[in-house]
Design a protein around this ligand. Structure first.
Ligand code: GLU
Length: 446
């Protein structure tokens, strides 16, 4: 058995509720989840809310909601450190009794005695599943403080007691916690706790290799949700930040990730957060969704009038979704932006058409009128099975007469817009009858 495969595996995600769920923390949670599930183990959630000033209920709620949305489901009820002070005190008092800790003169605000850990001043060595052997000389830590006073244990003691009491076998966390590990190991040894395996995962950096922060854009899971990323896409992307399965496969479901995940293949070096890649992945996941799942998500992002129009014309709505929206968007908020820019309304109702815009810049009204009549004629007998069949029917005429001269008035008559998708797609979406009607409207204007 490999060293990381002791059974049963118990991991935990231990966020401090001092901010919304950050994508970096979400990745830590995900790695803990994937590792536990891969080994048929348990994934626990512990809210580290001992810092009363900075911890907020709203952040805890955001973290829980974010994990739920991502599908990173913890087992059992979350544990809150703020509710466990009594347990930490019991350990603290035992440590004082056994001489592993002692009351020292005064604490910083000089109101009482702090409790210091009696440092045995040994070298601490641990094997990190990602980084290999790491050793620390603990002498420089001195007799560090583990409680503000007899009643108020501090963070490291609380974390070690919790990991011990909940039987955590593997601590997977950000590499910024490496320097906490020797202190925590010393405390473990003092209370007789078994040492868990450690895996310190690499930092996530922005493309400019600075620390990922707000100035690089969205950093919290709730922001990504709002922008219109799919949870499965974000999970897929986060899993590949610092880990890869060693194959070319890039699109994974959470189940596939669970099967493929290997903590020992996590890289040591920092991982770069590439938002373009995330967008691409989101697009792949969007396009892979069955129609009945994607349709409500898109409808929800449409303004009221367009949503009503789509319900009233289901056939057009479906074609707009398949041929226009899914062709163009990477994230769902683009649906709203495109709708607001008028990119969809002409599919559902005839656009306003300006006479002076119908004629191609090198064309004349007379010739354009003739072109429009001819197009209507050709389309009358053309197959509307797909945009391609429409294109095939019109191409010989457009090639002969000049693409711009023929296709501009045709496209403009359909959309009333200077830019829009190609006219074959629009015709396909709105259908033969409506196409011919719009062409006639334009030719009548001329
Ligand atoms: N509460 C710590 C954090 O949010 C986690 C520490 C740990 O995982 O041991 O970074």
């Amino acid at each position: 058995m490999r060293k990381s495969q002791v059974a049963p595996v118990i991991t935990r995600f231990a966020p401090s509720p001092t901010g919304n769920l950050h994508v970096g923390s979400a990745r830590t949670a995900l790695f803990n989840f994937l590792f536990a599930k891969k080994h048929g183990g348990t994934f626990l959630l512990r809210i580290e809310d001992t810092d009363k000033e900075r911890s907020k209920k709203e952040f805890e709620e955001d973290i829980l909601a974010g994990l739920l949305w991502l599908g990173i489901a913890h087992d059992g009820e979350p544990v809150r450190q703020s509710e466990r002070a009594e347990i930490y005190r019991t350990y603290l008092h035992k440590m004082i009794e056994s001489g592993a800790a002692y009351e020292a003169e005064e604490n910083q605000d000089k109101t009482g005695k702090v409790i210091r850990f009696k440092n045995p001043n040994i070298a601490v060595m641990f094997n990190d599943l990602i980084r290999g052997d790491i050793s620390f000389d603990t002498i420089e830590l001195g007799d560090f403080v583990i409680a503000k006073d007899r009643e108020t244990p501090l963070y490291h003691l609380a974390a070690v007691v919790d990991d011990h009491e909940t039987g955590i076998t593997h601590i997977i966390r950000g590499e910024d916690h490496i320097s906490n590990t020797p202190r925590q190991i010393l405390i473990q040894e003092a209370i007789g706790a078994k040492r868990p395996f450690y895996a310190h995962i690499p930092l996530i950096l922005a493309p400019d290799r600075s620390k990922l922060s707000k100035r690089h854009g969205a950093v919290s899971v709730s922001e990504y949700k709002k922008i219109g990323y799919l949870p499965d896409a974000l999970v897929n992307f986060l899993a590949l930040l610092g880990w890869n399965p060693g194959t070319d496969k890039e699109i994974f479901s959470i189940e596939e990730l669970t099967a493929a995940f290997d903590i020992e293949k996590v890289q040591k070096g920092a991982a770069v957060f590439n938002e373009e890649k995330l967008k691409w992945m989101n697009r792949e996941h969007l396009r892979a969704l069955p129609h009945e799942e994607i349709a409500p998500m898109v409808l929800e992002r449409l303004p009221e009038d367009l949503r009503a129009a789509a319900y009233a014309n289901l056939d057009i709505g479906q074609k707009v979704l398949d041929r226009v929206i899914l062709e163009r968007i990477h994230v769902l908020s683009e649906v709203t932006a495109l709708a607001d820019a008028g990119e969809f309304s002409f599919y559902f109702s005839a656009p306003h058409v300006a006479r002076e815009k119908i004629v191609w810049k090198k064309g004349t009204p007379e010739k354009t009128l003739a072109h429009l009549d001819k197009i209507a004629n050709i389309l009358h007998t053309a197959s509307f099975e797909s945009p391609d069949t429409i294109k095939a029917a019109l191409s010989p005429y457009a090639e002969k007469e000049g693409r711009g001269e023929v296709l501009w008035p045709y496209r403009y008559a359909l959309s009333g817009r200077d830019t829009s998708p190609d006219p074959f797609t629009i015709s396909y979406v709105i259908g033969k009858q409506e196409t011919i009607r719009r062409i006639q409207t334009a030719r009548d204007l001329l």
